[in-house]
Design a protein around this ligand. Structure first.
Ligand SMILES: [Fe+2]
Ligand SMILES: [Fe+2]
Length: 530
């Protein structure tokens, strides 16, 4: 046994752990489960925990964790009680979800209204469907960026984010002799193109407006938070305001003393009236058609909708993109598909949603796996696809809408890929920090030419012009519910299990969690079905 454990890179710690292990007739399931859970040290406690995951005949009193050959311990860094499952659970009979009422975060008293007693009230403020006017020409691109610059500059001026009236870069440059010392600073606003951090830890970037471009150097101010641009970085094509002076050496540049993003004050949320205290449920990335779609867990959710009192309050079911896995989205996708025909995938999604009770209205946005143009803003799914669905509103991505007066901004979240690449603070396991970054710069997808294809509409509709009450994204298959400056932030969960690609990257998704938000009280509940 010792040899087997050592060969597997596992270290047994303590006598009690040894005893536990010696009682096992076969230790290979233990070894496999430990390796799946990235456990190296086997203490008495870890052995017990791991044994709750493996199908074993040895009599150890295990809690009611589902045993399967695929289960792992929860990711220690995720702070979540939900572990991961590497593949569909198969024939396992699923227990109904635990009704954890009476907890601070999950009180049924917060959800007194029956959804069937309230008429739907959806008001769409922005949806690109049928309104895309770009021809993708240079002129359109110029107009899109100049609109972005003027929208965000206007927000900065109106929100008093700048210490003085900004002037154009060319005007500042004309008066560079005057503005060449710290005592005569000047302020301008422009679009960023990021260069790099120099050895001394300074961030170098170019800033450009309609008049000209200038090179800037940003030094970390004392006491800067890790979100400050000097430490976190900037995204290409961000709009920023800079104060500072020119250094007029042989290679002149602008020394930035302070940098300003679009203003984002504390937001006070609107609420649905007491007589409309229904809730909205959020989900994305169902990926129907993929072999890793978690069908048994979907059935469990449908059962919950039929039986749970909380489900009777759910009036809206918002699906923020990647409803199906699509076809030809990435090379070699075919071998991961259980349904290889795109229309059949949408047909199956329609069938799955048909299981929801009839008091639920569905809203569907597209994502990067869907059968619409990938360039954002993306229009709604094709009418030919839509005809299979009942009680469903199809909108574009992103979509800015209100449910009973509560303003929701739903965006699939493709640009999170760019934020992960561009900002030091953002990782795939913290998509909420990408959402925070979007809010703080009042833009959903700033970078042109990155991983997010953008459609250069003459007005930049990816600007967050109105701060939402609820901001929702998906795409990276995590899960988060929280708050940023008064806006409820939901990173909606997926219904797809870990894919080969995610496994290769060591990424653990958080599937099968339905996020429910009460539109009157803004209380939230996250219900796990995994
Ligand atoms: Fe997805
Ligand atoms: Fe996606």
């Amino acid at each position: 046994m010792q040899r087997q454990l050592t060969a597997a890179g596992l270290l047994v710690v303590g006598r009690a752990a040894q005893d536990r292990i010696q009682r096992l007739s076969d230790i290979s399931p233990l070894i496999e489960a430990a390796q799946r859970s990235n456990v190296v040290m086997l203490s008495e406690r870890t052995v017990d925990e791991i044994l709750t995951l493996v199908p074993t005949d040895d009599a150890i009193d295990a809690p009611a964790t589902p045993r399967s050959e695929q289960a792992t311990l929860p990711d220690p860094e995720s702070h979540s009680a939900i572990g991961r499952t590497l593949a569909p659970v198969g024939t396992q009979v699923l227990a109904p979800p635990v009704r954890r009422y009476g907890l601070d975060h999950y009180s049924l008293d917060d959800f007194p209204m029956q959804a069937k007693d309230v008429d739907a009230e959806i008001e769409i403020h922005f949806d690109i469907t049928g309104r895309s006017t770009t021809q993708g020409k240079m002129q359109d691109i110029r107009s899109c960026f100049s609109d972005r610059l003027s929208q965000i500059r206007q927000m900065m001026i109106a929100g008093r984010a700048l210490p003085r009236r900004p002037i154009s870069i060319s005007e500042a440059w004309r008066n560079r002799q005057r503005h060449s010392s710290r005592d005569y600073e000047v302020t301008f606003v422009g679009l960023v193109s990021v260069d790099k951090w120099s050895k001394g830890g300074y961030l170098w970037f170019d800033i450009e407006d309609d008049s000209m471009q200038v090179r800037c150097m940003l030094k970390e101010p004392t006491g800067a938070s890790s979100f400050h641009a000097s430490l976190d970085g900037l995204m290409n094509d961000d709009v920023v305001g800079v104060d500072g002076h020119f250094n007029l050496n042989r290679d002149p540049y602008f020394v930035v003393s302070d940098i300003h993003m679009a203003p984002l004050g504390r937001h006070s949320k609107s609420a649905a009236s007491e007589s409309e205290a229904v809730s909205a449920a959020f989900l994305s990335d169902v990926h129907v058609g993929s072999k890793t779609f978690l069908a048994p867990q979907w059935e469990k959710m449908i059962e919950w909708f039929r039986t749970d009192p909380l489900a009777r309050t759910v009036k809206y079911f918002v699906l923020s993109g990647d409803g199906v896995d699509g076809v030809g989205i990435y090379p070699g996708q075919e071998r991961h598909l259980a349904i290889k025909d795109l229309f059949n995938q949408y047909g199956e999604l329609a069938r799955l949603l048909e299981g929801l009770p009839d008091w639920v209205d569905v809203m569907i946005l597209p994502g990067n796996h869907d059968a619409v143009r990938p360039a954002e803003p993306q229009p709604a799914l094709d009418p030919e696809v839509q005809q299979d669905y009942s009680d469903t509103v199809f909108v574009g991505n992103p979509c800015d809408f209100s449910l009973h007066g509560v303003r929701v901004l739903s965006y699939h979240g493709k640009s999170i890929d760019d934020f992960v690449a561009g900002l030091r603070s953002v990782t795939y396991s913290s998509p909420e920090l990408a959402m925070r970054a979007m809010m703080e710069r009042r833009h959903l997808a700033p970078s042109w030419g990155g991983k997010t294809p953008l459609s250069p509409e003459p007005e930049d509709r990816m600007v967050i012009s109105t701060v939402p009450d609820i901001f929702v994204t998906g795409h990276v298959h995590g899960h988060y519910v929280g708050n940023h400056k008064g806006t409820t932030m939901v990173h909606s969960s997926t219904w797809q299990d870990q894919t080969d690609y995610q496994r290769m990257l060591g990424f653990q998704p958080k599937p099968c969690i339905l996020t429910v938000v009460n539109l009157h009280t803004h209380a939230t509940a996250s219900i796990p079905f995994a």
